[in-house]
Write a protein that binds this ligand. Structure first.
Ligand code: ADP
Ligand code: MG
Length: 246
């Protein structure tokens, strides 16, 4: 089976000349839940944009073994999908139902399949029964859940999420971790919240200055206080050992 994601020697500069990514390589297997961690401006979002083919740089990117080049764009879009940083960008229809049905409808599925996928996706994220709600009349946590449902309904193998824990209270954050943990899909999650990454991901990739600094077990990387602090990050609560425990 091919990797879910393969990136080899990929570099990208924004049109204004900012070098956002320099020669990064990584491989993610199907079913992994990987945290892309790093301080603000590290290059996390840019990595997600690149693997979703929203930007074009130099080097190789493959998604489920398909090379991310223009001629394969349609194919790639059936395999990978992204939950955007701002749910308001993802929710633009009059009702939650319409938003979640939008993807499956565009895939040309039958009305019956679209309906099934839409109802299933909304119930999976805890919004069952809220089909007729207007997206701008729900809470931040519910918007986040709805944005995830718009992606789940397309049943992609790989899902990327950019800072999905933003503006969630602790209870909703916990709910989101439960939901994401229960998904079978490959998840690549960019976050600057170390607690969120540690609670969800067994593996993290530490990015800073457009480079991959470390890639491996969360427990190993995130307990390295010196490494974490030298990149402006903190050891998450889960791994924090009080002096008395040592
Ligand atoms: N649209 C853009 N135009 C120019 N530079 C950008 C743009 N978006 C991001 N950058 C720059 O690219 C670098 C990486 O940014 P980004 O991937 O957004 O980091 P992160 O998601 O880790 O906070 C930063 O230096 C940032 O300022
Ligand atoms: Mg970002």
């Amino acid at each position: 089976m091919p990797n879910a994601i393969t990136v080899k020697n990929f570099s990208y500069s924004y049109p204004d000349g900012t070098d956002a990514l320099s020669d990064i390589s990584l491989a993610i297997e199907h079913g992994e839940k990987v945290g892309l961690i790093g301080p603000n401006g590290a290059g996390k979002s840019t990595i997600l944009l690149a693997i979703n083919m929203f930007i074009k740089g130099t080097g190789l990117i493959e998604v489920d073994g398909i090379e991310a080049v223009q001629k394969n764009a349609r194919n790639i879009r059936t395999v990978i999908n992204s939950v955007l940083q701002d749910p308001d960008e993802q929710l633009f229809m009059p009702t939650l139902y319409d938003d979640v049905a939008f993807g499956p409808l565009n895939m040309g599925l039958s009305n019956e399949d679209v309906d099934k996928r839409t109802i299933d996706a909304l119930s999976k994220v805890g919004l069952g029964g809220m089909e007729k709600k207007m997206p701008h009349h729900i809470s931040a946590g519910q918007k986040r859940a709805a944005a995830i449902a718009t992606v789940l309904s397309m049943e992609p193998k790989v899902i990327t999420m950019d800072e999905p824990d933003t503006s969630l209270d602790p209870a909703n954050r916990k709910k989101l971790i439960g939901l994401l943990s229960s998904l079978d899909q490959t998840l690549v999650i960019a976050t600057c919240s170390m607690n969120f990454a540690a609670d969800l991901c067994k593996r993290v990739i530490l990015v800073d200055g457009g480079k991959i600094i470390a890639d491996g077990p969360a427990e190993k990387i995130m307990t390295d206080t010196q490494l974490m602090e030298s990149h402006g990050l903190e050891v998450p609560m889960r791994y924090y050992r009080r002096p008395a425990d040592q």
